[in-house]
Design a binder for this molecule. Structure first.
Ligand code: FAD
Ligand code: FES
Length: 350
């Protein structure tokens, strides 16, 4: 067993043999940032000030050589080989919400776009409601301990309704089943809340939101939260997709903008032939065209890994401090990524 000490708060927790720092922190009720839990997105990046870690599960793919030279570690994969002192940002608001598994019933199913299905899930009779912060995600629990993460597109409600936006992935087991077979009245087992992509309310800085495809789901929940609070902070909401039809809740976002003078909505379409009069290009480039200096902003982004990766580097280059960049990268589930990473390692060794 090893002890981890967090530099700023001085909080300490113990890590059992083989456990990752993130798993031990969650057991101890310490909310450290994370998203993919597979070592690929980088949102759990922290700085190791003392001690030594190993990566017996997935390699820390989200760390480039420069970051490793500066003692960066990925908390979702790092297993301590000694006691550690770590500099990491705690997400205090996510700390006290109990994670639970419940059975839910599909109450509504809507085709939002050709490849996107909207689901409304209600707790099955006798089940408690989940509680969560806007922007968090849940895992749909499948057989054989497999899980599939999906962001919750709404904030908590009295009836416990959970809204999901599920994009069909070619060759994907669960999302193909949702697309082809799932019906109203079907039951699912889910666990949540998970993740630390949540509203940060302790500043007056202008906010930029960037969603790609179904990355709109958690952005919707967070923006609706800020609107309900009556925030006067500037909110620039960018939503990128391949075609105009993939901006599947455009009228909702346009209504936000007409009802809230501090909110502007910017739909951006990457395929010029399917833009139908909307702005063309890549959504992260549109953000930077409009906001070349991000040093005074906070940025929330969620969606496909390629968009997150591009936005991450370019937004930091535009002056955004890394501590004010919050994101969920829509990676595949940890078990699938582990298999893909292991297969790639096998190929490169052969
Ligand atoms: C924090 C988070 C939040 C998310 N929120 C959302 C959301 O709100 N909406 C949304 O649409 N998506 C979201 N995602 C992405 C979503 O979880 C995935 O699209 C989903 O898990 C795919 O599940 P599946 O069972 O359909 O596909 P899987 O069966 O997991 O397959 C995924 C892909 O990997 C391939 N594959 C599977 N196994 C292997 C293997 N062994 N080797 C090589 N390739 C393989 C498949 O062919 C397929 O192309 C989120 C992801 C994360 C991490
Ligand atoms: S790299 Fe650790 S949570 Fe994504």
């Amino acid at each position: 067993m090893h002890i981890v000490t967090l530099k700023f708060s001085g909080r300490q927790f113990s890590v059992a043999a083989g456990e990752t720092v993130l798993e031990a922190a969650q057991r101890a009720g310490v909310a450290l940032p994370y998203s993919c839990r597979a070592g690929v997105c980088g949102s759990c990046k922290a700085t190791l000030l003392e001690g030594r870690c190993e990566y017996p599960r997935n390699p820390p793919l989200a760390l480039n050589p420069g970051a490793r030279a500066q003692h960066a570690v990925l908390l979702c994969q790092a297993v301590p080989a000694s006691d550690l002192v770590i500099e990491a940002r705690e997400v205090a608001s996510a700390r006290d919400i109990a994670r639970r598994q419940i059975e839910v019933v599909v109450a509504a199913r809507v085709q939002l776009a050709p490849e996107v299905i909207g689901l409304q899930l209600l707790p099955a009779s006798g089940e408690p409601r989940l509680n969560w912060l806007p922007g968090q995600y849940l895992d749909v629990l499948l057989q054989d301990d497999r899980r599939r993460p999906f962001s919750i597109a709404n904030g908590p409600r009295a009836d416990g309704m959970i809204e999901l936006h599920v994009r069909h992935v070619a060759g994907g087991g669960f999302t193909s089943w949702v697309s082809d077979e799932l019906r109203i009245g079907d039951r699912l087992r889910v666990e949540g809340p998970l993740g630390t992509f949540v509203p940060r309310e302790d500043s007056e800085r202008p906010m930029v939101f960037m969603a790609g495809g179904t990355g709109f789901a958690p952005v919707k929940a967070i923006v609706e939260h800020f609107m309900a609070l009556g925030t006067q902070r500037s909110m620039q909401v960018y939503w990128g997709a391949r075609s105009a039809g993939d901006i599947y809740l455009r009228s909702l976002a346009e209504r936000w903008a007409s009802d809230h003078p501090n909110l502007q909505f910017h739909p951006v379409v990457s395929d010029p032939e399917q833009a139908m009069g909307l702005r063309c290009g890549l959504v992260h480039e549109a953000v930077l065209e409009d906001q070349p200096d991000l040093s005074g902003h906070e940025v929330y982004m969620s969606g496909p890994p390629a968009m997150i990766h591009a936005g991450h580097q370019l937004f930091l280059d535009a002056g955004l401090p890394e501590s004010r960049l919050y994101y969920d990268s829509f990676e595949y589930a940890p078990d699938v990524l582990a298999q893909i990473i292991a297969a790639r390692a096998g190929i490169s060794e052969a």
